[in-house]
Ligand binder design. Structure first.
Ligand code: CAA
Length: 390
């Protein structure tokens, strides 16, 4: 039985800051951010968006009534969850009006949570082929103003329906994964900003890629020329390229050119959104499939990396007519409707956070065009509104 991605949708907030302007404000050359890091625009989450609303908005764009009835597993992969106890998946389940007979859980392992979710969903569908699973990678990446990580922030979510007989991509079964306890990036429970050892994180990302790729080749006998493209977790678009370059010499010239051209296509969305942690690899897949016509039946390599660290390499096969099941025009509209804010406005939005002393707050959702917004906190409980259900 084929199991894989049946639908895939994306959401990012309506505002962004231009990276060249951010560079000038930070006294660095714009090319450092636009070429050295490889980012053009950075999505910013207004106070009315959190990891729950981003996830729900991403899922809202893909699910229909049949999915609402058949989804009986909701997995919320996130590094920026909103509660130490209750999972974001339960909120999303309610906001989407899903079948009550469902499991709903949150998975955490830095940027790897959604990949773990997909693999667990595969097992669930293998046992329950007539059901569907909703897996979401959702995050707001925060390092802090004037930090070295600032240029690699972002906000957004990717939602996927995992099912039997998937219409977009069948997931193959020879995954290779690796865990090692390292401190390259982490976020202590008291902090709303990540701590990072930047250079070390880059080295470990590449090391993990090299190790899982070597093990994958050994396990499967497949080589670079068997991959039409490789999508990477993209904390910033230069990162995946650095990893890809370490293996390119294994392939003949035409395969190298193909992988580099497809890598470029796989970074277009991420370049304009920034790091969305758990969703980044899947945003890269969307970018590849929606900006380039990749042949049906092609094998796509996927490298997932979650600092701390867990890495995984796996592959998928594009299904017949898969492009019909993508939301290319919807995502074009989403990008086109975004508004630029100045660096000063971005700094103000960044600093405006929910009270952490337990007090209440009422939020104005009228300026946020998202269907699902955070409307406030009352008695320590977050309240959400779905503007489509008035
Ligand atoms: N023109 C062109 N390129 C320029 C330039 C210019 N004028 N000035 C600098 N550059 C280049 C540099 O040469 C460098 O390129 P290479 O890495 O290819 O040599 C690049 O711009 C970045 O320069 P620096 O290394 O000096 O930048 P930095 O010290 O500000 O740090 C960073 C960059 C380490 C990515 C930092 O932003 C950071 O710590 N980010 C968060 C951590 C992260 O994203 N790590 C990635 C792996 S971990 C992971 O994947 C998990 C996750 O999501 C967090």
């Amino acid at each position: 039985m084929k199991i894989g991605i049946d639908k895939i949708g994306f959401y990012t907030p309506h505002i962004f800051v231009d990276m060249a302007k951010l560079a000038l404000a930070r006294n660095v050359e714009p090319e450092k951010f636009t070429i050295g890091i490889g980012q053009s625009k950075m999505a910013i989450a207004p106070i009315t968006q959190d990891s729950v609303t981003l996830a729900a908005n991403a899922a809202l764009s893909i699910i229909d009534d049949e999915d609402r009835e058949k989804i009986d597993l909701v997995i919320f992969g996130s590094e920026s969850g909103i509660d130490h106890s209750k999972s974001g998946a339960v909120y999303v389940h309610q906001l989407l009006g899903l079948n009550p007979n469902a499991r709903a859980v949150e998975l955490k392992q830095a940027c790897y949570g959604a990949t773990a979710g997909i693999q667990m969903a595969k097992g669930h569908i293998a046992l329950n082929p007539d059901r569907k699973a909703l897996v979401i990678g959702t995050d707001i990446a925060r390092y802090g103003l004037n930090t070295s990580g600032e240029s690699t922030q972002g906000a957004g979510a990717v939602a996927m329906v995992i099912s039997a007989n998937p219409r977009v991509m069948e997931l193959e079964n020879h995954n290779v994964y690796l865990t090692n306890d390292i401190m390259d990036f982490w976020r202590p429970i008291y902090s709303d900003k990540a701590f990072v050892d930047g250079k070390f994180s880059n080295e470990q990302y590449i090391l993990f890629f090299n190790k899982v790729w070597e093990a994958y080749k050994e396990k499967t006998g497949l080589v670079l020329s068997d991959m039409e493209a490789i999508c990477f977790h993209l904390p910033y678009t230069k990162m995946g390229l650095k990893a890809l370059r370490t293996v390119l010499e294994e392939a003949p010239e035409d395969v190298r050119e193909r992988l580099l051209a497809h890598y470029e296509a796989s970074t277009t969305y991420n370049r304009n959104v920034g790091n969305i942690y758990t969703g980044s690899l899947y945003l890269s897949l969307l970018s590849l499939l929606e900006t380039k016509e990749i042949k049906e039946g092609s094998r796509i390599g996927m490298f997932s990396y979650g600092s701390g660290a867990v890495g995984e390499f796996f592959t998928g096969i594009l299904q017949p007519n898969y492009r019909e099941y993508l939301n290319i025009s919807g995502h074009k509209r989403l990008f086109a409707s975004r508004q630029e804010v100045s660096v000063e406005e971005y700094e103000e939005i960044f600093e405006k956070t929910l009270p952490n002393d337990g007090s209440d707050i009422d939020l104005d959702v009228s300026k946020d065009p998202a269907a699902i917004c955070l409307s406030g906190v009352l008695d320590h409980k977050r309240h959400y509104v779905n503007k489509l259900h008035k």
